[in-house]
Design a protein around this ligand. Structure first.
Ligand SMILES: Nc1ncnc2c1ncn2[C@@H]1O[C@H](COP(=O)(O)OP(=O)(O)OP(=O)(O)O)[C@@H](O)[C@H]1O
Ligand SMILES: [Mg+2]
Length: 150
């Protein structure tokens, strides 16, 4: 497909997914926005943890029970957004996430499907498909943004 570039990676343990995500994280830059999809327990949070580690963050990562957004203080900072608990069709601006849109942080979004009409410049999408107990097929598509050099 022109205008995007994709990659498929297969992992067979959480550690392998983490290792892949650390390297993926190193390719990101401030202002990037990555959407993560896949069913419950697919490994979206594991990928976010790996990205944070790959960017040098050594603190605790994870999906908090109540917060929608967690910030990991590294350079650039990472906003880890988990929209799972939002009602279907929630509005990005109404829930106060507009703030994150034009930031220089790296924004990682789990369950982006919860938002109606997601109007974001997305850098990449990561889709995780479970295969058996501990296999995962990770499909990454990088989106070419207008103005980005080919
Ligand atoms: N190859 C693998 N890669 C990633 N995680 C794996 C793998 N094999 C097993 N797992 C396990 O799958 C689980 C993934 O959990 P994680 O919280 O990352 O999923 P999630 O997609 O974020 O789910 P949710 O939609 O609930 O947020 C972990 O318990 C992890 O140990
Ligand atoms: Mg999660």
């Amino acid at each position: 497909m022109s205008g995007s570039d994709s990659e498929v990676v297969r992992t067979s343990s959480e550690e392998e997914t983490l290792a892949w995500a650390r390297e993926f994280g190193k390719t990101l830059k401030g202002g990037d926005c990555v959407l993560l999809s896949g069913p419950l327990g697919a490994g979206k949070t594991v990928v976010c943890r790996g990205v944070a580690q790959g960017r040098g963050f050594s603190g605790r990562t994870g999906s908090p029970t109540y917060a929608i957004v967690r910030e990991y203080r590294c350079e650039p900072p990472i906003y880890h957004v988990d929209l799972y608990r939002l009602p279907e069709g929630a509005d990005w601006e109404e829930i106060g996430l507009e703030h994150y849109r034009f930031s220089d942080a790296i924004t990682l979004i789990e369950w982006p499907e919860r938002l109606a009409g997601l109007d974001l410049e997305v850098t990449a999408t990561v889709e995780l498909k479970p295969v058996g107990e501990s296999g995962r097929v990770i499909s990454v598509a990088r989106c070419q943004l207008p103005g980005a050099s080919a």
